[in-house]
Design a protein around this ligand. Structure first.
Ligand code: ZN
Ligand code: ZN
Length: 391
């Protein structure tokens, strides 16, 4: 039998309340209690070889899975009510098929119970074989799109954020049927329950259009739902928790499965795409899985060599060994002190030296630099400029 998320077409034939030995209006707590008792009594572990008890165990588990879940229970109750508590034996739902023999037999037999036979009698003249659900065919919900701004460190470590989303959800009062709660629908007279009408577009061409009377729902209500005025749609805002994985980059688009718009007719929810903006860090930059850092060093440190202590992101400082004669702009790699990678290891910290020229010198320093100039007289620093300019 066909299944869609949270919705099984064969529910209509099963009395889950009876299976659990509870009343139809039992509370969730009562249902849970009854289930536990039956599950314990029929558990395969305590009843080896007893297939009857195994079957009962499976049956109560299935029943509890549905009526123990308020969402599913609501759908189940609606389905049972609409299709008349087991009077109909054909398949419902996408792929479930539609057995004409069963249909005809039910018209003559159990059809009297709950008016279900009449309903399908009308349907029968509308189309031979096809969709028999009161709801639209199961359809995946729409994908949604949003942006989120996270901190630099959160981007590296991963973070769970709250996202507030506004979406078109089914009207909560009529569950998207568009009908006044508590009233029963009829087969749409305009499309005879097909959900679409055929409109001629000049001669040989014809076009299937969604039925304007039932909006493709196949069923109509005498009284529209007062909340949504029959549209079946309710705009709602919801807050979801989304896990942003470690190592996300600025501008990256992340797909969160099943966090988009709700599906229709029991179909799965769509996906949510989050474009992540990462707030820059005051000190560290990011280059793929590596972190970058500019390290100011003095001329003498670069010339003579030095041990320079530098910070790391979220860790202890490390000492950078600058060899003598280090040019401005040289980058040193500190292994394992970068961003977390997908494989669990870390990228590197890329420290780039920026040789600084002091804006002011004290008397002693000025004399020392003057002495340095005197000592390095005859430097050929710019000789290359002129040779290359001539050629
Ligand atoms: Zn219609
Ligand atoms: Zn409504």
């Amino acid at each position: 039998m066909a299944t869609t998320e949270g919705f099984r077409a064969d529910w209509a034939q099963k009395d889950f309340y009876d299976e659990l030995g509870v009343k139809k209006d039992a509370t969730t707590a009562e249902i849970k209690k009854a289930y536990r008792k039956l599950a314990r009594a029929n558990h395969p572990d305590s009843n080896p070889g007893d297939t009857a008890k195994h079957d009962k165990f499976k049956a109560v588990a299935e029943a509890y899975d549905v009526v123990g879940d308020p969402e599913k229970r609501k759908k189940y109750d609606e389905m049972r009510e609409l299709y008349g508590s087991g009077g109909f034996r054909g398949g419902f739902g996408g792929g479930g098929g539609f057995n004409l023999d069963d249909l005809l037999r039910d018209r003559g037999g159990a059809g009297g119970a709950g008016g279900i036979g009449d309903m399908f009698g009308d349907l029968f003249s509308g189309f031979g074989r096809g969709r028999t659900q009161s709801q639209p065919r199961p359809q995946k919900g729409a994908d949604a799109e949003t942006t989120a701004t996270i901190g630099f460190t959160d981007a590296i470590d991963g973070v769970t954020i709250s996202l507030r989303l506004t979406s078109d959800a089914p009207c909560p009062d009529c569950s998207g049927t568009g009908g006044k709660p508590g009233t029963k629908p009829h087969i749409c007279a305009t499309c005879e329950g097909a959900g679409f009408v055929v409109s001629g577009v000049g001669g040989a061409f014809s076009l299937n259009e969604t039925c304007p009377a039932c909006h493709g729902r196949q069923l109509v209500y005498d009284e529209p739902c007062p909340t949504c005025h029959g549209s079946g749609r309710g705009s709602s805002a919801r807050t979801i928790q989304a896990r942003i994985p470690a190592g996300v980059k600025d501008g990256q688009r992340i797909r969160l499965r099943g966090k988009g718009g709700q599906g229709e007719g029991g179909g799965p929810a769509g996906d949510l795409f989050v474009t992540v903006k990462v707030t820059p860090h005051r000190l560290f930059g990011r280059k793929d899985d590596n972190l970058t850092l500019d390290v100011p060093v003095s001329f003498d440190e670069a010339a003579l060599g030095a041990d320079v202590k530098i910070p790391t992101l979220g860790g202890a400082p490390v000492t950078l060994k600058i060899p003598s004669g280090t040019p401005n702009g040289r980058t040193f790699r500190v292994r394992g002190r970068g961003a977390k990678k997908k494989d669990g290891t870390n990228g590197d910290l890329l420290a780039t030296v920026q040789v600084q020229v002091p804006a002011v010198l004290n008397e002693q320093a000025r004399e020392a630099v003057a002495a340095y100039r005197a000592a390095s007289e005859g430097s050929t620093l710019r000789s290359g400029l002129f040779e290359q300019a001539q050629s």
